[in-house]
Design a protein around this ligand. Structure first.
Ligand code: AMP
Ligand code: ZN
Length: 115
């Protein structure tokens, strides 16, 4: 838990969220400002500032994050039509909350290149 981290406070239940999934390593909840019919955030319970903060010891955790996201995407019925994972990183990446999070965005046609 990192002080003054919005997502650590959400994990701790200090700030409400719509929980989608929780286990000992991973938490998932609905994005408060969805950009598509499905927009879910999957985060490690361990506070990592962004994906580049991960070290060798976090390799298994990153795998669990993706596997949890895969299950959530499947449960939300995104498997057939596809969807998008996004990990915004740093200022140019458009990151606004500095606790690593994987966006699951789906339910509509995505465009490329992204903005
Ligand atoms: P990023 O721009 O990649 O850092 O994404 C941060 C995401 O967190 C945005 O999509 C926000 O809509 C979302 N967000 C911010 N505050 C909350 C909150 N209290 N509950 C759920 N999602 C949030
Ligand atoms: Zn945090």
């Amino acid at each position: 838990m990192s002080d003054n981290c919005l997502f650590c406070k959400i994990i701790a239940g200090e700030i409400p969220s719509t929980e989608v999934y929780r286990d000992e390593d991973v938490f998932a909840f609905e994005d408060i400002n969805p950009t598509a019919p499905t927009h879910t955030l999957v985060i490690p319970i361990k506070h990592l500032q962004d994906v580049t903060d991960a070290e060798e010891e976090d390799a298994e955790l990153l795998g669990k994050l993706v596997l949890a996201a895969n299950r959530i995407a499947d449960e939300k019925g995104l498997g057939e039509d596809g969807f998008r994972y996004v990990i915004n990183t740093g200022r140019h990446g458009g990151q606004t909350v500095f606790h690593l999070h994987l966006h699951i965005i789906g339910g509509r046609q995505m465009t490329w290149p992204p903005g």
